[in-house]
Design a protein around this ligand. Structure first.
Ligand code: GLU
Length: 376
């Protein structure tokens, strides 16, 4: 994959935009850049691609609104600046996208939203619904409530987590350098640009961690970009690192301007299923009848109607094993109900669930969250 074809073919793209691009000299939003970027993102959307933006800039904009200048801030001051700046940030995004008839929406996440599975599922459902409705989510860390210990730390990593959450194919990190170099290009004239990284080897990590480590303003240098790329790759997502400070950075990548693409080994769907099948300890089992076993084997969702028994204690979002009546494992998946509610609805048709529980979360295990057990 090269950056040009990767971006053109992506179904879902996450673009991380840093404070240095968004906030101009005097601490106000960089409206001209935003307008161009919005036109660029709207162009992708118009040709059927879904776009999510991970946007920094809340603290930088809030500093100005609260008159904090450039001095070091205490944690409560930083949180206050983020609160005052986030609304200004959203206003700037709204104004940029408005001429294109694109609706954007604010999504503020804390680390637990992508690390605690139940919250992860919840955040994912919201993001999916926004994308299904043609909205461009503008994501930032919820800086107003997070403290240093519980932060993502930087928006490169947040971008990678969002890419995983959304099952994106490409994460674009807009940077102040046009990709990865063998050494820091500002200090070493012999530095060579690396257009493509097939795998994140220790050598590549060393390049980013050594001479290139400071290659970036804001919170994240090249080392954090590579760390983000590693997270994205584990989720089956390619990372494109390119220069952000040009009017239409996505169009520039497509026109073949310099960028580095870091390729994943798997597709997002395969990476997700491998995670379900391999990394999670199942908390219970769902025993299914022959009809449901056949449906699951064909890649269909597991409906409550086909479940004959619920075993173990699990919460909504926990991993469960799906077994046939002989006890053979067919698949693993994430339950959409906890064990107690699952037991109450097993054997019921989907239409009957709401009357019993007072709510419905759809199938017991959705096809997207089911990984078939590999036949020996
Ligand atoms: N979330 C921070 C902000 O909006 C920025 C963090 C970062 O850029 O890495 O100000």
């Amino acid at each position: 994959m090269d950056a040009v074809s990767g971006l053109a073919a992506a179904k879902r793209v996450v673009v991380k935009v840093g404070s240095a691009l968004l906030v101009g000299e005097g601490g106000a939003p960089n409206a001209a850049w935003l307008a161009d970027f919005a036109a660029d993102a709207a162009r992708l959307r118009a040709r059927g691609q879904q776009v999510l933006v991970v946007s920094s800039g809340a603290v930088a904009l809030g500093r100005r609104r609260l008159g904090f200048g450039k001095r070091a801030l205490t944690l409560p001051e930083k949180q206050a600046a983020a609160a005052a700046g986030q609304s200004a940030l959203m206003r700037a995004w709204e104004e940029a996208f408005e001429p294109h008839g694109v609706v954007c929406a604010q999504v503020l996440l804390t680390r637990d939203d992508t690390e605690v599975r139940r919250r992860w599922l919840n955040a994912r459902a919201t993001v999916e619904t926004l994308l299904d409705n043609g909205v461009i989510p503008i994501v930032n860390e919820n800086d107003t409530v997070v403290t240093e210990e519980i932060r993502y730390g930087d928006n490169d990593r947040l971008g990678a987590r969002v890419a995983q959450l959304a099952g994106a194919d490409v994460l674009v990190l807009l940077s102040d350098v046009d990709g990865l170099y063998t050494a820091d290009p500002r200090k070493d004239p012999a530095a060579r640009h690396i257009p493509r990284v097939g795998q994140l080897t220790p050598e590549i990590e060393a390049m980013a961690g050594g001479a290139n480590a400071e290659g970036g303003v804001g919170t994240g240098g090249m080392a954090t970009k590579i760390a983000a790329a590693r997270i994205a790759a584990a989720g089956g997502c390619a990372t494109v690192i390119t220069l952000g400070a040009r009017p239409r950075p996505l169009a520039a990548v497509e026109a073949g301007e310099r960028a580095t693409v870091i390729e994943p080994a798997l597709t997002p769907a395969a990476a997700y299923k491998a995670w379900i099948a391999g990394s999670l300890a199942p908390a219970g089992s769902l025993v299914v009848d022959a009809g449901a076993a056949a449906a699951v084997r064909k890649g269909k969702s597991l409906l409550a109607a086909g479940v004959t028994r619920v075993e173990g204690r699990f919460d909504k979002g926990d991993a469960v094993v799906v077994r046939d009546e002989a006890g053979t494992e067919i698949a693993r998946g994430l339950a959409r109900y906890d064990a107690e509610d699952a037991a109450r609805i097993c054997g019921l048709k989907s239409e009957a669930i709401e009357a019993v529980l007072g709510y419905t979360s759809g199938p017991l295990v959705h096809a997207d969250d089911l990984a078939l057990h590999a036949l020996p």
